[in-house]
Design a protein around this ligand. Structure first.
Ligand code: ZN
Length: 650
């Protein structure tokens, strides 16, 4: 099944390459002996059945019986996923003698003791079209090492070879490989042998295979590649140009003098699908999934709203190359892949990254100041809509990410706050405070640079991370300004942030108005599901909950008239706070009738606008913060910004 038609021609710097027909799909060294004591061979054994087959050779297995395990989670995505559940078969032998493989727990196996080299063969089911796991069909293959490479217990620090082979058959002629795993004989973008310095590196370079569109650009002395898989009609040149600007802006932030990228080679792996959104950061690459219509097309004048979303996602994951892949919390210096790894600092690593992702777009000039402020306003609104922000701090949200942020349910808006969105506003408040108190001489950029110099640059040799309580002192050291009390309130407390005051100091006016068209509110978030109007969340203490309605209830009629999303909106516009409504609803199959007293609609919708007349001081602060206004953005757009979902959970 052929799935990747390409209408692109080769342009400068753009290489859509297909191997000529008849090219041997195995490279000459493919069958040569591996040079390492641990060697994997991975092959898409049956694309239609979504099965990868892996052979693992261990030259010096544990004489007491080798233990093997798959990670319970993938770094960057803080949820226990138990990848071992997709292992469908496993066997082992030594010198042709079959050895018993015993399951120890849900993640681990033990192979019966043997004297000589050990070979383990297993199959992994790969049918998760996300950036977190593995996916295989006749159109392409994608895997993270956490899904397919068994960890050899006790030998995690050993270098390992990986022989990546193509699927058998003429249907797969011309398949290529896109990964930043270091080549050990494989040609660039080819099947063959790759090598990782240790298991930690092995699982940090996902692999894409198939026929994809390739483009490249240079930034900070490093080759940056974009590999787009899936049906799409992207204006690759435009994408390349915009991403190059964003990458250069970030490199300039961390390395203003040398302007050197943190890696020699970087890869954006883009999976274009009908509807999808997500990204996962790695040390030299990122896996992104996006709607194909969010990518730019040729001749596009006004970018679709989704394109800013895509650029923001790419910017976010690229920023992680510094912040979380190299500057890490100490708790992540050596991941424990068997269980949750707790830190209160995800607001620094995800929140700050979320702050800088869009900020880098405006500083790079790929979005305008108005577009940036619209996006920021939508983040402010999103945070203010959730009553849970009064119960949970971003530090607590970080710690409990495993059981709360990543496992949201109907009550989440009442119970939790996002360390992404509120974390990004904490970053904004810190940044604006530093700029105001120093008269523009210090900023959060200085803090990022000090963290980079202290922890990031040498992370892979020193493995030192930011301690749980070190951040306030580090900020002081970087800027000469003490914000310990503010950090305590903003990141470890659950009060609202002084956004309006801080923004005003930089010449930006924040105004708030109610979300709904009228002044009355049901106190619930409603959704249309299977043509029925359903309460998605009944907000804590608000009208719907007081009336006895719950998440999951189906609204049938208000004041005796059938309701849908449109008629409910119209009705609310004609009512006032304090008015009573007679509601008919179903809870499961039981009819409920209740009286609901409308609330005043809370003013949660933020608008941000640069003040009309700025004095010289404010103008300078604004220019320092957002970058000098660019004469011509690379695209212009109209309309409101679409709120961008957090990159991680689905
Ligand atoms: Zn992130």
């Amino acid at each position: 099944m052929e799935r990747f038609p390409s209408r692109r021609s080769d342009a400068a710097g753009l290489a859509h390459r297909s191997a000529p027909a008849g090219l041997p799909r195995r490279t000459s060294n493919a069958t040569a002996e591996p040079a390492t004591a641990i060697a994997y061979r991975i092959r898409p054994a049956d694309p239609h059945a979504h099965l990868f087959e892996i052979e693992l050779r261990i030259a010096h297995p544990d004489p007491a019986g080798q233990q093997l395990a798959l990670p319970a989670w993938i770094p960057g995505s803080y949820m226990i996923r138990e990848f071992a559940r997709h292992v469908v078969s496993i066997s082992a032998d030594s010198g042709g003698r079959e050895l018993r493989v015993r399951k120890l727990d849900k993640h681990s196996w033990q192979v019966r003791r043997c004297d000589g080299p050990l070979t383990v063969r297993y199959r992994v089911y790969a049918w998760d079209l996300s950036v977190r796991a593995a996916h295989l069909d006749a159109s392409h293959g994608f895997f993270n090492g956490t899904s397919v490479f068994l960890r050899v217990l006790g030998q995690e620090r050993q270098p390992c070879d990986v022989l990546i082979e193509p699927p058998e058959g003429p249907a797969y002629a011309g398949w290529q490989v896109a990964t930043t795993l270091p080549e050990a004989g494989a040609p660039r973008h080819g099947f063959g042998r790759y090598r990782a310095a240790d298991y930690d590196e092995l699982i940090d370079h996902p692999v894409e295979m198939g026929r994809f569109t390739l483009a490249s650009f240079e930034a900070g002395g490093a080759v940056h590649e974009i590999a787009i898989t899936g049906r799409h009609d992207t204006d690759v040149d435009r994408l390349r140009r915009d991403l190059a600007q964003v990458c250069r802006e970030q490199i300039k932030l961390f390395e203003p003098r040398s302007q050197r990228a943190p890696v020699k080679r970087y890869l954006f792996q883009v999976m274009a699908v009908g509807d999808g959104y997500g990204g996962l950061e790695h040390r030299a690459s990122t896996a992104l999934i996006c709607g194909r219509n969010d990518l730019p097309y040729r001749g596009m004048r006004e970018a679709p709203d989704g394109y800013r979303t895509f650029l923001g996602l790419a910017s976010h994951e690229y920023f992680h190359t510094w912040n979380v892949k190299r500057i890490k919390p100490q708790a992540f210096a050596d991941y424990d892949l068997r269980q949750e790894n707790y830190t209160e600092l995800l607001w620094v690593f995800e929140g700050f990254t979320s702050y800088y992702d869009d900020l880098m777009l405006v500083r790079a000039g790929v979005i305008t100041r108005d577009e940036y402020l619209k996006a920021l306003a939508s983040t402010v609104s999103g945070v203010l809509r959730g009553p849970g922000r009064a119960l949970q701090s971003v530090a607590e949200s970080s710690f409990d990410a495993w059981i709360k942020y990543y496992r949201q349910d109907e009550n989440s808006p009442n119970a939790i706050v996002s360390y992404y969105t509120k974390g990004s506003l904490v970053a904004l408040c810190l940044d604006l405070t530093l700029r105001a108190q120093s008269g523009g001489k210090a900023s959060l950029d200085d803090v990022m640079r000090l963290m980079w110099q202290r922890y990031g640059r040498e992370f892979f040799t020193q493995r030192r991370g930011l301690g749980e309580d070190e951040f306030p002192a580090l900020l002081r050291e970087a800027t000469g300004i003490a914000l310990d009390a503010q950090i305590k309130r903003w990141a470890y407390g659950s009060g609202d942030l002084p956004l309006a005051k801080l923004l005003a100091g930089t010449g930006v006016a924040l105004t708030m108005k109610p979300a709904e068209s009228g002044n009355a509110s049901l106190g619930a978030r409603v959704q249309t599901r299977e043509q029925q109007l359903v309460i998605a969340t009944a907000y804590q203490g608000q009208a719907a909950q007081r009336a006895g309605l719950s998440a999951g209830d189906t609204l049938l009629a208000v004041d005796g008239l059938r309701v849908d999303e449109r008629t409910l909106k119209t009705l609310l516009a004609r009512r006032r706070a304090g008015d009573k409504l007679r509601i008919h609803a179903f809870r499961r199959d039981e009819l409920i009738e209740c009286e609901l007293t409308l609330d005043a609609a809370p003013a949660t919708e933020a608008t941000l606008k640069i003040e009309g007349r700025l004095n010289a001081g404010k103008r300078r602060l604004l220019d320092d913060w957002l970058g000098k206004e660019k004469p011509k953005p690379s695209f212009s757009r109209t309309g409101a910004a679409r709120p961008r979902p957090d990159p991680a959970p689905a």
